[in-house]
Design a protein around this ligand. Structure first.
Ligand SMILES: NC(=O)c1ccc[n+]([C@@H]2O[C@H](COP(=O)([O-])OP(=O)(O)OC[C@H]3O[C@@H](n4cnc5c(N)ncnc54)[C@H](O)[C@@H]3O)[C@@H](O)[C@H]2O)c1
Length: 261
């Protein structure tokens, strides 16, 4: 029997993480979904869909902003599914707050969830790859186009997504001798609950009706359509595969043509 491959995907109960979990299952990975306890029910739906593809899947409640919780997720995934090949640090939040109004509490929360989680995930997964004696391992982290160019009214969020690129570039160089690659993906405007929230919050600030703030972005996308989680998942699928063995420290922009770097 071929050796089983296991991927842990955080924030995979919905949105981009769900799309990534489904794609990696199609690629032959068994999937451990790590998400907040309140997302357990939603995650069950994703698990059922993965099992229909003939792969194994499980859910573990995690708060990615807590180091112990992130390490426990990696341990639980290996206990249940037997090994670890890929970690996707996907979970994240967005705050729609102008720079003048950003509070200390908001900064703490968003950096803990979007940035601390990435450090903890890289630490936990790389330690586990070593403990398991893996020949190689892959860690893939969510940045954003807001991690290449700051997005107005999203200053804290933009800062977190720049930080992710810095952390993964440094980690890629440190972990290369262990054949662990660390890469990222930078989506554009993806139709997920996160963008519903951004659209609604921008509307409160600029008075535009529901859906208008998102619709206004369409002309800035060369391919002239909004992004689906599956578009992001295609890039993550590559980064998780053997085809990407020689790629490390990179953050791949997948935005339909909004930024060119
Ligand atoms: N939607 C976009 O347009 C877009 C663009 C660029 C980057 N991204 C990034 O992609 C990732 C996924 O975004 P999405 O649009 O699918 O968001 P989403 O809000 O639809 O889903 C995020 C998931 O993360 C989980 N999560 C949040 N906080 C958590 C915590 N502390 N611990 C564990 N899980 C937690 C949520 O429960 C949810 O299931 C995020 O990192 C986001 O910043 C999204």
């Amino acid at each position: 029997m071929a050796e089983r491959k296991v991927a842990v995907v955080t924030g995979a109960a919905q949105g981009i993480g769900e799309g990534i979990a489904m794609q990696l299952a199609k690629d032959g990975f068994d999937i451990a979904i790590g998400d907040l306890e309140q997302q357990r029910q939603k995650a069950q739906g994703v698990i059922a869909a993965i099992e229909e593809l003939g792969q194994r899947a499980c859910f573990h409640a995690v708060d990615v902003s807590q180091r112990d919780s992130m390490f426990a997720l990696i341990d639980a995934a290996v206990d249940e599914l037997g090994t670890l090949d890929v970690l996707v640090n996907n979970a994240g939040i967005c705050d729609v707050v102008p720079i003048a109004d950003v509070t200390e509490a908001q900064l703490e929360r968003i950096f803990r969830i979007n940035v601390f989680s990435v450090v903890y995930g890289i630490q936990a997964a790389s330690a586990k790859f070593e403990a398991l004696g893996k020949e190689k391992g892959k860690i893939i982290c969510a940045s954003s186009i807001a991690g290449f160019e700051g997005f107005p009214i999203l200053p804290a969020y933009s800062g977190t997504k720049f930080a992710v690129r810095g952390i993964l570039q440094a980690s890629a160089q440190e972990l290369a001798p262990k054949h662990i690659t660390v890469n990222g993906y930078a989506p554009g405007i993806v139709a997920t609950p996160m963008w519903d929230y951004i659209d609604q919050e921008l509307g409160k600030l600029n008075g535009k009706p529901k859906g208008q703030n998102m619709a206004d972005m369409l002309d800035s996308i060369a391919l002239h359509r909004f992004e689906y989680p599956a578009d992001v998942a295609g890039v993550v699928s590559f980064l998780a595969s053997d085809k990407a063995d020689y790629v490390t420290g990179q953050t791949v922009i997948v935005d339909g043509g909004m930024q060119y770097r």
